[in-house]
Design a protein around this ligand. Structure first.
Ligand code: ATP
Ligand code: MG
Length: 667
């Protein structure tokens, strides 16, 4: 099985790309990697010195100290101890001071075609300072929590940067979350400030954010008698006129009215490297979201460095990451990574299918995007609509593509490569987590061959180990639990207010390692392929099969747009495989097709992995960041319809009802 997979296509780096890449060979990488592991003080010290530090870290000590072994004492991670800096200063002031103030920072594209805005680094700095001054005027100081619940208007990253400037800890809540989720997050960190927005237009739907804010604040009051002292609302007149917005006098304030008169210069709060920068809740694919906390110094250095090398960023590039700032991807690769590098980037408010399925490709053509970073779920849904929407737009500006969020199946990878990138652009399949702060396992696009579905090798400073069932590190080609040995600068330092849970979640199963919770396979050449969450493994008649692998095999059939497989109890085999399949547009669901799809799995993996049941699924339950919630599907497959659990963080809860109804009809 493993051999078969290893024989799958290898995609070499195009010579034209390699010639201009920052890292041109595996050997060059190996040398840098070796130093990053063996001498982190020199490696990271050299990189960190390129930033502005008010006071340099204590160079008489190692650059990093940590304890991952709970038997030795509490978990702790420290980088650049004794250093003072500010990430906002490095992301904005530094560029302006060094003569790059007129460079474009943000090319903002609104939901409606024709809505656009161009902000230079100087513009962003001024707006950030104004908001920083306003927050200070409201009494916000270093260490205070500020909750940000906004759509993808430029004021969202600006709000994050303003917090960072004054040392406030931002907690961004994705603008698609419900009042209940927002209230929970406000209460969890008792944020005294809420920055939000009147409404947003997403596709042809208007979402009244202010109504959700009102409800959330009511819940905060009911539950814990808590009301943030400042509730600042950005007037998004494009979506809804002011007169239509419900207003609580004495509590609510209009952003534009309040901030306009503030000075465009604001002093910087110099932060100790280990002071908190932000907290962010994980997407909740596997359970209750965790309030992950990142600190200033290490995160800054790691965000900037991964952006530079993974995306091979060079002056003149136009970068576009389609994530929302409400997720870690938007934090690291919209707000911080690109800005720390002085890059020009597209920020898009809308959705890929509006007003037509060509919107993304239209934007790429319009802004001459050269580096494009998105998620497999989006790639699959655009693939299912056919090539015609893509090829009608000029994509000759593209030179590099990336994916993040889930494993990408080979079929989607190859489509992305062949159709979107015209076979010319390498794809970086980047594996990382909210907790890791930045990309961890990834191709460096000029340095080695790609393999569809494989994240390949570790980034500088990252030492992956593959543990077996007993927690023993394995050598050579193997499969097992992906863990990380040693601390890297961008890693989370704790879960907000719950260091105990931090230690239990990531450091208890195998003391001495950061346990990622994901499974992987490693090949002889060191390439690492993620195989899904370690809980997502089925044991069919004694064969351990990863769900990710089954899904990839299912999706290899041309008619499958998207699939999700889960295990269910099986009288004979112990566990069986139950697959939910969404078909490509226009394909009819027939019994014959089910057989064909099963045959595809038999061919790709073997007959023991063939699903026992295939259920057609018009849609799959996904988190708001687009990840499939398999725990709900497991309950449906097991007919446990009353135990679906919390579905409030789902993007579209109606999908579940539909699947349940079909399942009930079948059983
Ligand atoms: P929770 O921890 O609350 O269950 P989550 O793990 O979905 O939520 P994130 O931190 O947003 O929250 O996602 C990280 C996870 O996403 C990884 O652990 C991995 O399972 C998956 N992932 C991300 N990128 C990739 C990738 N390139 N290949 C495979 N899996 C990926
Ligand atoms: Mg996780």
């Amino acid at each position: 099985m493993a051999e078969e997979r290893e024989q799958k296509v290898i995609v070499p780096v195009p010579e034209a790309f390699r010639a201009q890449a920052l890292i041109k060979s595996r050997q060059q990488y190996e040398e840098m990697y070796k130093q990053s592991i063996e001498d982190p003080s020199t490696f990271w010290g050299n990189i960190a010195s390129q930033f502005y530090w008010k006071r340099k870290w204590d160079t008489s000590k190692p650059i990093c100290s940590y304890n991952f072994d709970i038997r030795q004492g509490p978990v702790s991670i420290e980088w650049f101890k004794g250093g003072y800096t500010n990430i906002c200063y490095n992301a904005l002031d530094k560029h302006v001071n060094e003569g790059r103030g007129d460079n474009v920072a943000i090319l903002w594209e609104g939901n409606q075609v024709g809505q656009e805005l161009r902000l230079t680094y100087r513009d962003v700095l001024k707006k950030t300072c104004q908001l920083a001054n306003y927050l200070r005027k409201r009494g916000v100081k270093k260490g205070d929590r500020v909750c940000i619940y906004m759509p993808m208007v430029p004021e969202l990253p600006i709000a994050m940067l303003a917090c960072a400037r004054i040392g406030a800890i931002h907690s961004v809540v994705f603008g698609g979350f419900s009042a209940e989720s927002l209230a929970g997050r406000i209460l969890d960190c008792k944020s005294d400030v809420l920055l939000s927005c009147s409404a947003v237009q997403r596709g042809n739907k208007a979402l009244n954010l202010k109504a959700i804010v009102d409800e959330a604040l009511m819940l905060c009051k009911q539950k814990e008698n808590f009301t943030p002292g400042t509730c600042l609302i950005y007037d998004n007149a494009n979506a809804v006129p002011r007169s239509k917005v419900n207003w609580v006098a004495g509590r609510d304030l209009w952003w534009q009215d309040e901030v306009r008169s503030c000075s465009t210069e604001a002093p910087v709060e110099w932060m100790e490297a280990e002071d908190p920068l932000f907290l962010l809740y994980t997407s909740g694919s596997t359970g209750k979201p965790k309030g992950v906390l990142h600190t200033v110094g290490g995160y800054m250095v790691y965000a900037a460095t991964t952006f530079k090398y993974v995306f091979d960023y060079q002056p003149g590039d136009v970068f576009w990451c389609t994530a929302d700032c409400g997720w870690i991807t938007g934090h690291t690769y919209i707000c911080y990574g690109p800005m720390l590098n002085g890059a020009t980037q597209v920020v898009f408010e809308g959705v890929p299918m509006y007003p037509s399925p060509s919107r993304w490709w239209e934007i790429i053509e319009k802004y001459k995007v050269s580096i494009f970073y998105t998620a497999p779920t989006a790639i699959r849904s655009l693939e299912a609509l056919g090539d015609k929407h893509v090829i009608k737009h000029d994509r000759s500006s593209l030179r590099l593509l990336g994916t993040v969020g889930e494993a990408i199946n080979a079929k989607a990878w190859l489509w992305y490569h062949r159709v979107v990138g015209e076979g010319r652009c390498p794809i970086v399949d980047t594996w990382w987590q909210t907790e890791t702060g930045g990309i961890m396992i990834t191709p460096l696009p000029g340095a080695w061959c790609l393999k569809p579905g494989s994240a390949t090798l570790p980034f500088f400073g990252v030492e992956p180990v593959v543990l077996d069932q007993e927690g023993k590190p394995q050598d050579g080609p193997c499969a097992g639990y992906l863990c990380i040995k040693g601390a890297w600068p961008g890693m989370a330092r704790t879960l907000y207010g719950d260091h105990q849970r931090f230690a239990e979640t990531y450091f208890t199963t195998w003391p001495g390692y950061y346990v990622t919770g994901d499974g992987c396979q490693r090949e002889a050449n060191g390439y690492i392929t993620l195989t899904g969450r370690v809980d997502d493994v089925v044991n069919v008649s004694g064969h351990r099969i990863s769900i990710g692998e089954v899904e990839s095999a299912l999706t290899s059939h041309k008619s499958c747009a998207e699939t999700a497989a889960v295990a269910f109890d099986h009288d004979v085999k112990g566990q069986g495989i139950y697959a939910f399949v969404t078909l490509v547009e226009g394909v009819s669901p027939t019994e014959k097709l089910k057989d064909e799809i099963k045959a595809a799995v038999r061919r790709e993996i073997g007959s023991f992995a063939v699903p026992d049941v295939i259920q057609w699924a018009p849609g799959l339950p996904k988190t708001r960041s687009g990840k499939i919630m398999r725990r709900i599907l497991r309950k449906i497959a097991a007919n446990q319809f009353n135990e679906l659990g919390d579905t409030s963080s789902l993007a579209d809860p109606a999908v579940v009802d539909q699947l349940v109804e079909t399942k009930r009809g079948n059983t």
